[in-house]
Write a protein that binds this ligand. Sequence first.
Ligand SMILES: NC(=O)c1ccc[n+]([C@@H]2O[C@H](COP(=O)([O-])OP(=O)(O)OC[C@H]3O[C@@H](n4cnc5c(N)ncnc54)[C@H](O)[C@@H]3O)[C@@H](O)[C@H]2O)c1
Ligand SMILES: O=C(O)[C@H](O)COP(=O)(O)O
Length: 528
Amino acid sequence: MTKVLVSDPIDQAGIDILAQVAQVDQRVGLSEDDLKAMIGDYDALMIRSGTQVTADVIKAGGRLRIIGRAGVGVDNVDVPTATQQGVLVVNSPEGNTIAAAEQALALMLSLSRHVPQAHASTMAGGWDRKKYVGNELYKKVLGVVGLGKIGSHVARVCNAMGMEVIAYDPFISADRAQQMQVRLSSLENLFEQADYITLHLPRTPDTENLVNEELLGKMKSTARLVNCARGGIIDESALADALKAGVIGGAALDVYAQEPLATDSPLRSVQERLILTPHLGASTTEAQENVAVDVAEQIRDVLLGLPARSAVNIPGLSAEIMERLKPHLQLAETLGLLVSQLSGGQLQELEVRLQGEFAQHPSQPLVIAALKGVLTSALGDRINYVNASLEAKGRGIRVLEVKDETSKDFAGGSLQLTTRGDQGGHSVTGAVFANGDLRITTIDEFPVNVSPSRHMLLTRHRDMPGIIGQLGSVLGEHNVNIASMQVGRRIVRGDAVMVLSIDDPIPPSLLVTIHAINGIKEAHPVTL
Ligand SMILES: NC(=O)c1ccc[n+]([C@@H]2O[C@H](COP(=O)([O-])OP(=O)(O)OC[C@H]3O[C@@H](n4cnc5c(N)ncnc54)[C@H](O)[C@@H]3O)[C@@H](O)[C@H]2O)c1
Ligand SMILES: O=C(O)[C@H](O)COP(=O)(O)O
């Protein structure tokens, strides 16, 4: 008997679809140990954000074939382990877009008109019309951070309400923003200029604590901040301090670094100008029905041997091609990750150049893998082989594919990725050696010979005596261990690049020190 376990509250419409093909057991509130003990009996697991699907849970799922997330974020699922174990992960990327956007709008309006505070005061017997005088949104500046599905809906509605909308999203082209009547801005300018700021970006290592004391300090003292995206993007202690000290005008949050919100969270000690809701962004009857139906249909189809439409971890490519091209795909993704971390500003174009023997491989999977790598810093684990091309298109990123069979640089050929954007571009080349090892072979046309490693530091500097020693000393003083180092140059005492593999990531404060070294022109920490 095919069995599906539903471990979070799911709309009945979804349960009814699952029941067409399986026995459905609904068990909400299971501990990780309970889940581990039970999961071995099930073919599918359907969840929301409440269930932590850890590596141990997935490994205990001997017959588990699919995990369905009735919602967008799969940050509570160990997707790499699922992929490794051959378990498909599906989600509903659009089912709750409107609900989350409307929650942000509700919070903006509540902040501007003190709705929760005025309600509480009236219920307590008060009639205070003076204390709760508010502000209009009309003609105010809205700053949207993350102009994706939810951010663009908020921008559209706020435009219609007469607000001036500016946005920060390094992965949206200026043309696309213009179509939405949105002016792109730097993050700093946005925080300085906006009267309302709303966050709609994913939580990734890059966006963790992005809104910190420094950025909050740039806001107008009357400006209000809304977060319906993910907890952890705002430094909650810094926000509590900024609200208490009147550095900003107010904040409304739906999501938290730790959920449920800890009883001793600094946010709970803020008396005024703060509105908190318990992760209700997707909690509308419409959205819950949408996501439940969307995901239940995918689970049903997969259990019947049909493909899923929103797979997070399975490429739409044959298993045979995937197996044959595994190291080449890995190279394309690694180069994509690398080049995206060198490139600042708005990305407008990605050129994928297949050289020598590389040009004989099917290009589509390599282009998709490169795009997946490039977009990972923007979209985290939400980007996959299935959606990479669509996501690039939606962001107005042009993709050029060039085949150059005549190139003879490496026996197995090489792959070069070049990004172009409003702040110029970068290019990186790599090759796959006969034993499957990957090599980075050029960075911005400078020859190198580097094995990719998890943490790296890349510099562009003047080729002159002492610079390598100085950089080594600065890293040593900050206890950053260097595993390997390579310098690439084209002419003596001209420009050069340095590539260091390091054991630890570079803290932001150290990057400032590195930039101050005489002769260093650029320094990029890279995580692969
Ligand atoms: N509160 C809720 O219940 C709820 C409901 C649904 C979605 N969400 C969350 O809302 C967020 C947005 O969802 P979406 O569906 O619009 O996603 P999306 O992928 O369509 O859009 C995210 C956008 O953020 C941009 N981005 C990435 N890194 C950035 C950075 N460092 N600075 C600025 N922009 C950056 C991306 O380019 C992209 O355009 C996600 O974090 C999602 O998990 C929350
Ligand atoms: O990622 C999502 O879809 C939202 O955060 C909603 O989460 P929920 O399904 O737990 O309400």
